[in-house]
Design a protein around this ligand. Structure first.
Ligand code: ADP
Ligand code: 5GP
Length: 202
């Protein structure tokens, strides 16, 4: 069985990562979204094990010491991390896994797993990004200002990624990402072979 593809979808807070990932998952049954662990308090609609695994700061720090994370980062004052075992098991069983993570975490995964495909989701403009963060209505004013300041810095990291996708319309962005996944699956260096061809390359 061939290993699954690890897809990093990253970009500034409020750009629409969660929205685009949900759309993408509804389009393609072959994709699984990794569930991160966080110390952030759950939002009213969030459920344990669905959007996140919620934990305490001491609990998170213990997981860091135990080497439980593929990557972790402090984002807007809260800790977020991707479970190492969950990612390893998923890829080994041939599943294609999406990590929806911030720029700091994306860089850690790129360094550890260069075969991961990284996509920077960009807003059509900084004004559109601000409108989306305000429109979501989930943050305090102080938190919004922090997220906007970080977002401007995060935009400068685009060049570290394999691909940039602009989230102008959710369906357009998801379809572009889906096309990138299809193209990556055709890569000979990733193990793509002509039908019935099991042998070594010549
Ligand atoms: P992130 O996960 O990157 O923090 P979200 O997915 O929570 O961002 O999206 C932030 C807000 O922007 C949400 O209110 C969402 O409905 C909205 N949004 C996402 N994508 C678009 C888009 N293409 N056009 C307009 N609004 C969008
Ligand atoms: P939110 O609190 O809005 O759900 O997420 C805040 C930020 O944390 C988003 O940019 C999101 O992509 C990022 N994030 C979520 N999970 C992880 C993770 O496991 N690792 C890292 N590094 N960032 C994450």
């Amino acid at each position: 069985m061939s290993e699954g593809i690890l897809l990093i979808i990253s970009g500034p807070s409020g750009v629409g990562k969660g929205t685009v990932c949900r759309y993408l998952i509804s389009m393609r049954e072959d994709l699984k979204l990794s569930v991160s662990t966080t110390t952030r308090a759950p939002r009213p609609t969030e459920r344990e094990g669905m959007e996140y695994y919620f934990t305490t700061l001491p609990g998170f720090k213990e997981m860091i010491e135990q080497g439980s994370f593929l990557e972790w980062a402090v984002v807007h004052g809260d800790y977020y991390g991707t479970g190492l075992k969950e990612a390893q098991n998923s890829l080994a069983s041939g599943e294609d896994l999406i990590l929806e993570i911030d720029v700091q975490g994306a860089v850690q995964v790129m360094e550890k797993l260069p075969e991961a495909i990284s996509i920077f989701l960009a807003p059509p403009s900084l004004e559109a990004l601000e409108e989306r963060i305000l429109g979501r209505g989930t943050e305090s004013t102080e938190n919004i200002n922090g997220r906007l300041a970080t977002a401007r810095q995060e935009m400068d990291s685009y060049y570290l990624y394999d691909y940039i996708v602009v989230n102008d319309q959710v369906d357009n962005a998801a379809e572009l990402i889906s096309a990138i996944i299809d193209a990556e699956k055709c890569r000979v260096s990733r193990g793509a072979r002509p039908p019935g061809w099991g042998g070594e390359s010549k």
